[in-house]
Design a binder for this molecule. Structure first.
Ligand SMILES: [Cu+2]
Length: 164
């Protein structure tokens, strides 16, 4: 989590207040570089994740509390955390907070939108609509492309780690 805090601090340093006020038509919340992972686990009944960058152009904190997509029965916002000397993923309590003017990155090995109980296979090249739920606001990206992780070494096989 320390690393993420540092990344957010860096993003903040890059976005000056003056730059924001000069851009008239900037959307309040931007979700960019979105993709969904295809892998041997992204099959019917399996799981995968959505990644991308969320930028909060408002002057208020926003919270990514969940999501929706027709290919998954369960969608959660996850973080990676140390537990018993191992990195495990777990739901972020209360959602992912993105302070005013800052960005948050969902990326392999870090925070991600978890898709579980898949209703269909997710194959590389598929285009899937994904909704980001910010509580009072929903933002839907219509065609999120599925692709394999490039050089990724995530391990989603240890489902026992998710038991509480
Ligand atoms: Cu997860």
């Amino acid at each position: 989590m320390k690393k993420i805090a540092l990344l957010l601090a860096a993003a903040l340093a890059l976005t000056g207040c003056t730059a924001n006020s000069q851009e008239m038509a900037k959307p309040e919340i931007e979700v960019t570089d979105v993709w969904i992972k295809s892998s041997e686990t992204s099959v019917t009944g399996g799981m995968t994740a959505v990644f991308g960058t969320i930028t909060n152009n408002t002057d208020q904190e926003i919270v990514l509390v969940g999501g929706a997509t027709e290919v998954a029965g369960v969608v959660e916002i996850h973080e990676m955390a140390m537990s018993g000397g191992e990195m495990v993923m777990q739901a972020i309590e209360g959602g992912l907070v993105i302070p005013a003017g800052e960005s948050a990155t969902l990326e392999p090995g870090g925070n991600h939108m978890m898709l579980m109980d898949l209703k269909t296979d997710v194959v590389a090249g598929d285009e899937i609509a994904v909704t980001f739920d910010f509580g009072t606001v929903d933002l839907t990206i219509e065609s999120v492309v599925a692709k394999p992780t490039v050089g990724g070494d995530e391990d989603y096989h240890s489902e026992e780690g998710m038991d509480h």
